[in-house]
Design a protein around this ligand. Structure first.
Ligand code: BG6
Length: 483
């Protein structure tokens, strides 16, 4: 792979929530990796901001600790780490009071790109945005990055949009959905829109159905109190899986440009059918070997789902009779995210078919083992007559593109650099987030009104049996997670 790393313009990135978990696990290590790659210029600065009273040196120690824990050994080098932390500093900030704001105003430079990253609870987004404006720290070309969850329903998302709009224009706001920064997710667009092979077949005439799976082996321990008010539908489907569905289903945009792309995604969300309760399966993991979901959530009566599967229809010409099946869950048998595009059988076969399907299948593997494969049917080698077998045309990105051992860049690396470059293509627009909630809300409301209880599933399984039935009743199957 030829690395084309062009340093960005100089920038000041103010990271609110700099002592928090996301900053340590993702944001600071990603900045460091870009530094190692030569993309972060020498006069770029990272200013940590949080409530705790820390000195610059305390913060630099925290950054060192984060890099030590979350950066691979191959990229760790004492001299490089020293150089990176020298570009980091810290200001204690009181989000709602006056503490720290004057100092921040003095620290950020007007002549460079200014980005403010809110890695904090959404309840203080509005207050922080207002302070940045009223203290004259943010200006019309500063950028604001906000993390998920962007609301818990349509009403709260509208409120957040309105709070941010009071101080920033839409073209300054970068709403993160880190799935959009994943290498294979971007490749989905490259594959769809730069090969003539797929587009003519990419519709209900040739595609039987699409399956989108995001399976995780982790539980919710450690973040149970947040998760229990959210559940898989809000935590994963409304944002990450919705984005995957949109990129798979959208019309080709006229240009790879933020608004053209987001217009097309929005049209998909608006074409989603309401989902009846019979097309939703919710689950909760049972105890063993790790604690059960309700133990992790510390809520014995919890009815929150740690797993969800849905069948979704899209009412437009392209997809009218092609359902999309989505599933995501915690404590499942494998960590595996993929999009499976299952084509139809040939209309007529002149060969005898062995058991099973010979229909083509395009699998886009998001993680681990990023890549894609297209299953095609060929003749089984040998003299035994015309026996057909399905074989994959496999393309694993690491093998096809990467020099030995090179890591795939983390989604955050790409996204943070896009903020600095001022490119909103891989970020969600306010109307898109609201449309996603407008579709999600009635589904959640329906189970809340019914007092729906999630089905129990075993840890290390593929989720509740009922989710299998959701596809079997249509004569279809989920792909095995362990394939
Ligand atoms: C987060 C969710 O947005 O995405 C988590 O809140 C989930 O619950 C995570 O585990 C998955 O992201 P990734 O990049 O590890 O697949």
């Amino acid at each position: 792979m030829v690395s084309r790393t062009i340093p960005t313009d100089p920038f000041d990135l103010v990271l609110f929530g700099a002592t928090g978990d996301l900053a340590r696990r993702k944001i600071l290590p990603s900045l460091y990796r870009r530094f190692v790659a030569g993309q972060m210029p020498e006069d770029a600065r990272v200013i940590g901001a949080a409530r705790s009273e820390l000195s610059d040196d305390d913060f630099r120690d925290l950054v060192r600790g984060a890099l030590d824990e979350f950066v691979s050994d191959a990229k760790k080098d004492a001299g490089t780490i020293d150089a990176f932390v020298a570009q980091c500093s810290y200001i204690a900030i009181d989000a709602k009071g006056e503490g720290g704001w004057k100092e921040l105003k003095k620290s950020v430079r007007d002549e460079v790109v200014k980005a403010f990253y809110f890695s904090v609870a959404p309840s203080i987004f509005g207050a922080l945005a207002e302070k940045l404006r009223s203290h004259g720290i943010a200006c019309d070309n500063s950028r604001l990055v906000v993390e998920k969850p962007f609301g818990t329903d349509l009403e709260t998302a509208k409120k957040l949009n309105a709070d941010l709009a009071a101080s920033f224009h839409e073209d300054q706001i970068y709403r993160i959905d880190h799935f959009l920064g994943k290498e294979t997710v971007q490749n989905l667009m490259a594959v769809r829109f730069s090969n003539v092979l797929f587009e003519p077949l990419w519709n209900e005439r040739f595609i039987d159905h699409v399956q989108i799976t995001v399976a995780e082996t982790v539980g919710v321990g450690g973040r149970g109190s947040y998760y229990d008010t959210s559940g898989a539908m809000r935590d994963m489907v409304q944002n990450h899986l919705m984005q995957l569905l949109c990129l798979t289903a959208m019309e080709p945009p006229a240009a790879f440009d933020p608004d053209r792309l987001r217009d097309e995604k929005l049209k998909v969300i608006r074409a989603l059918d309401p989902v009846p309760p019979s097309d939703v399966v919710r689950g909760q993991y049972k105890a063993g070997p790790e604690p059960s979901y309700v133990e992790d959530a510390e809520n014995p009566d919890s009815k929150t789902e740690s797993y969800i599967a849905l069948k979704i229809g899209i009412s437009n010409w392209r997809w009218k009779h092609t359902p999309f099946y989505l599933r995501t869950g915690k404590r499942m048998t494998e960590r595996m995210s993929e999009i499976v595009v299952q084509f139809k059988e040939t209309p007529h076969s002149i060969f005898e078919r062995d058991e099973g399907s010979t229909a083509n299948r395009l699998t886009i593997r998001l993680q681990p083992d990023e890549g894609m494969d297209l299953s095609v049917t060929i003749k089984e080698p040998g003299p035994g007559g015309m026996r057909l077998v399905n074989v994959p045309l496999d393309m694993t990105f690491a093998e096809a593109l990467g020099p030995d051992g090179e890591e795939m860049p983390d989604a955050y690396e790409r996204l943070i650099m896009d903020v600095i470059r001022g490119n909103q293509t891989l970020f969600m627009r306010g109307d898109e987030v609201e449309a996603a909630w407008a579709w999600t809300d009635p589904i959640i409301r329906a189970w809340e009104e019914r007092g729906d209880t999630p089905k129990q599933y075993a840890q290390g399984s593929s989720g509740p049996e009922e989710a299998l039935a959701l596809m079997l009743r249509d004569g279809r199957r989920w792909r095995d997670l362990e394939d």
